[in-house]
Design a protein around this ligand. Structure first.
Ligand code: HEM
Length: 521
């Protein structure tokens, strides 16, 4: 019933929209010369693209075909805005680096994202302006500055032990195959929760936070239909909206409790300090948010809802991306035993029981393995949608202010004009042949000089945590390889098929046999 009413509305609206297009044509409204793309029927084409995006293997295969037909910059009609896709490295460089400030905006949030982001009061969603600058600078200085990252070193050690112990327990010291993703996802979650709330919470509490976050994250795509004419969907999809609000309020309940408890600890510590007692709280993201003032909004503090949104963004941005990348790297090391052996040899030469963070710079092959993992399997195949601050010309076309700009990350890292045998996993490509040192030019992922691979995006909106993410990946992979030998489940080949969730994950997650190295020698 709900479906048929929906179809009547769609057909009526498309009819009206088509009439408007015809009317405009008749009046010869001068049109901006948008990048080329397939002809679209208002609303119906949008729905088809949305369907493709969510269910039929994603947009990438279609975009690859369209690229051969229309060239490196393409327009599609998805949703109420035009979506422009930039598919080559030279155009990405022109847009994101040479015209960085013009391409650094975000489009207005759609109905559901607007709620989650508290009307774009978070870093990923904020328009390019003072609020974005304030929030991004706060994260960069208070948490991501190298001195602050160092302060979390004991937390990384704690998480490494959690992961190692849980792997030993599940694998029964190598007897049983292991489902890796659960262990690394939980480990990364423990770490990010600690960095966010400043506490080593017990596993039950962390599980509760993980559950509300993942529920919202994984089910978010299913609410995409609600963004179409929200006034109508609020009537005809009432139940779906209720489900959405329920997930959101479950998340708020759990996170607000943690925020308040941290606030109380902060108050108590400052009272103790007034009584000259030596006691200080460690650093964490939520403290910086509780202290932040918004000068452009009369110096007000962030609301509790806004802090929930920012903490949630921090947890989502930092956990799934890293654990997805980690899983792809480990899957390749299981598949390519010769690469795993070479990496283990490099690690073994350090002669230490556990790899310390300061050792990582002595491991160029490790870095090459991680870079190759990010090139071949970037966790996000597109950057988050961008927008331009004013109409801009790119490659002879107009990119209008009201369009959404998308960059194909994976496509750039797989470009055969830049990378030889791009689909082959070959870490050596990042090393200098003469002495095995890291090739600095190829391993630059910022794209500032030249765009070759951009797993963290490029330009002003590039991931502010790329340094932290690289550290996490290098530290955990090095120690997991140092501690265990990884091999495929007997009779199993590793399946590298992909599936779009929040990130692009392994469709069939990795099962592996792990044997403690001490049992082998
Ligand atoms: C392997 C791990 C990671 C990958 C591959 C990754 C990738 C990305 C990408 C592609 C973007 C979008 C860039 C754009 O829109 O142009 C982004 C943005 C962002 N990332 Fe990451 N990220 C990772 C880890 C992290 C971590 C650990 C954090 C925080 C602790 C984080 C926080 C953010 C934030 C806040 C933004 C929004 C930046 C803005 O809009 O100004 N990311 N990331």
């Amino acid at each position: 019933m709900e479906d048929s009413i929906w179809w009547i509305i769609i057909i009526t609206l498309s009819f009206c929209a088509t009439l408007k297009v015809v009317f405009n044509l008749l009046l010869q409204t001068p049109k901006k010369q948008l990048p080329p793309g397939p002809v679209s029927i208002p609303i119906i084409t949008s729905l088809q693209w949305l369907r493709k995006k969510s269910f039929s293997g994603g947009l990438e295969p279609t975009l690859r075909n369209l690229k051969t037909k229309y060239g490196p910059i393409i327009t599609l009609s998805i949703g109420q805005r035009k979506s422009i896709f930039i598919t080559t490295s030279s155009l990405v460089h022109q847009a994101m680096i040479q015209n960085g400030a013009l391409f650094a905006d975000r489009p207005p949030a759609l109905a559901t994202s607007k709620i989650i982001s508290n009307n774009q009061h978070n870093i990923t969603g904020a328009s390019y302006g003072p609020l974005w600058r304030l929030l991004r600078r706060n994260l960069s200085l208070q948490i991501l500055h190298p001195s602050k990252i160092n302060a979390f070193s004991p937390a990384r050690k704690w998480v490494l032990n959690i992961i190692k112990e849980s792997i030993k327990k599940e694998s029964k010291s190598g007897k049983n195959p292991l489902f890796l993703v659960d262990h690394i996802q939980f480990g990364m979650f423990c770490l990010l929760v600690f960095m966010c709330f400043g506490e080593k919470l017990d596993e039950k509490k962390i599980g509760e936070i993980e559950s509300v976050q993942r529920n919202l994250l994984l089910r978010f795509g299913g609410f995409e239909i609600l963004i179409f004419f929200p006034t109508f969907t609020k009537i005809f999809f009432r139940k779906k909206w209720q489900d959405f609000y329920k997930l959101r309020s479950e998340q708020e309940k759990v996170l607000i409790h943690l925020i308040r408890s941290r606030q109380q600890q902060m108050r108590k510590t400052s009272e103790d300090e007034n009584h000259h007692e030596e006691k200080s709280l460690g650093l964490c993201y939520v403290d910086s948010l509780l202290n932040l003032e918004l000068p452009d909004e009369g110096g007000r503090k962030l609301t509790e809802h806004e802090i929930v949104g920012l903490c949630s963004e921090f947890l989502d941005a930092g956990t799934d991306t890293t654990s997805t990348a980690l899983q792809w790297v480990m899957a390749n090391l299981v598949k390519h035993q010769e690469i795993q052996s070479k990496l283990f040899d490099e690690i073994r030469r350090l002669n230490s029981d556990e790899i310390q963070e300061e050792d990582l710079k002595k491991l160029p092959y490790l870095k090459a393995v991680i870079l190759e993992g990010l090139r071949r399997h970037p966790p996000g195949h597109f950057v988050l949608p961008h927008a331009v601050t004013q109409d801009v010309r790119l490659d002879g076309y107009v990119v209008p202010k009201e369009a959404t700009v998308n960059i194909m990350i994976a496509e750039i890292g797989w470009d055969p004009k830049i990378w030889e045998d791009p689909m082959v996993f070959k870490p050596e490509r990042f090393l200098n042949e003469e002495d095995g040192s890291l090739n600095e030019e190829l391993s630059d992922v910022t794209g500032n000089k030249e765009v070759k691979m951009i797993p963290f995006g490029a330009g002003r909106r590039m991931c502010p945590a790329s340094g932290l993410a690289m550290l996490h990946l290098e530290y955990f992979v090095a120690n997991l390889i140092k501690e265990f030998k990884w091999s495929a489940k007997v009779g199993d080949d590793i399946d590298f098929s992909e599936k779009q969730e929040f990130t692009v994950v392994m469709k069939n997650p990795l099962w592996a046999h792990v044997t403690p190295r001490e049992h082998q020698d």
